[in-house]
Ligand binder design. Sequence first.
Ligand SMILES: *Cc1c(COP(=O)(O)O)cnc(C)c1O
Length: 465
Amino acid sequence: MKYISTRGEAPPLSFEDVVLTGLAPDGGLYVPENLPKFSQEEIASWAGLSYQELAFKVISPFVAGEVPDAELKSIIDASYSTFRHDAIAPLVQTAHNEWILELFQGPTLAFKDFALQFLGNLLDYILKKRNQKVVVMGATSGDTGSAAIEGCRHCDNIDIFILHPNKRVSDVQRRQMTTVLEKNVHNIALEGNFDDCQNMVKASFGDQSFLPEGRQLVAVNSINWARIMAQIVYYFYAGLALGAPARPVSFSVPTGNFGDIFAGYLAKQMGLPIDQLVIATNANDILHRCISANDHSKKELIHSLSPSMDIMVSSNFERLLFDMYGRDGSAIKQLMEDFKSGSMSLDEDALSSVRELFTSYRLDDEEMMDVIREVFDHTEYLLDPHTAIGVQAARKTRRRQDIPMVCLATAHPAKFPEAVRKAGQDTDPTLPHHMTDLFDREERFDVLDNDMAAVQKHIAANVRA
Ligand SMILES: *Cc1c(COP(=O)(O)O)cnc(C)c1O
């Protein structure tokens, strides 16, 4: 299986090489050259498989033998062995034919564990085989950093450096990162905001000459193909549990960078009968504006109570547009060139294809808190703020009550106690057992100035020999 760039000008890569890369050299994102497709009979035969068994079925065609089956199976098993629930992705019913898919049972309490536990183990395997060492560098506004650190902490061939904006992530989020004391884990609290962190990471990928000889950077944000791939699995898992492929199923996805819902779109293209795919956004609503009014323009970032969706531009949207424009890399290159001005509009055909596939809805903080209250009042089920946005978007845009609606619960409410308290809960949601001592653990991190040379020097000095 080869992977090609959405901008058409970068050489195709093998599976292993695509895992070790960030952006393509032409600025595009990698996608599989041919998407695997499963027949209805084949999907039906997977009913009752464990999460891990199903993950092997869904993932192996993408790997196409580059990782031997037995190795791939043990990477999958190791990746989900740290989850707190045997179902890995359990479903909970909250209303008639409405289900919550709990994707927060992993070690860092957000759905990012599904992809990053897997990516860590996969990298470890590939690097050992190649006898290669790499540096993982990433920026986080909260959830990505802790999941990436958790995924890489035991990898001998990785040094991981995660930049977060100093004093601008929640205490729970910071401590999940900074209390990991392994020698290969480095937290940098940058004197700046999330954009400063991200810009520094982007620039460092562009010119990696600051790294010690023989090292390269590996990306752990959702431009890394392996992350998207691992997320396709839970769409099949939930679909099968609710009667697919004999019955269709719908999904509502709290969306930021468009990675998670893009995996849902791929599941549909691969044969899972998905009726609706709902893009749920907070006030940072570029995708909702694009779909409802063909207005894909950058606006000032709004700091919301669902911070993991506070994103100005959703980078994985480019992967969808590549398909919507008939996989014409030069069209995407032109579109992205136009977007440098801060805004772009889709052509009629592309826009109508997007509208056939997706519905969208936007909620601000007040509406989001109403949903947390309402769902708690009716069912005593406590939603995290991101999940609440997905639930309400589903309720507002749902076309058919007879098709199960699955709302992806992207985080555990205990990760966002401030929002939950503001929504009127008088006690903080309790952290799961393995984290009850989080506030007593020792922290380790370095506060650095918003200065590229200083950060790169710090990284070079701390990469292990
Ligand atoms: C990352 C994240 C999202 C957004 O997911 P994307 O793949 O970026 O669209 C939503 N909710 C939570 C809790 C997250 O951590």
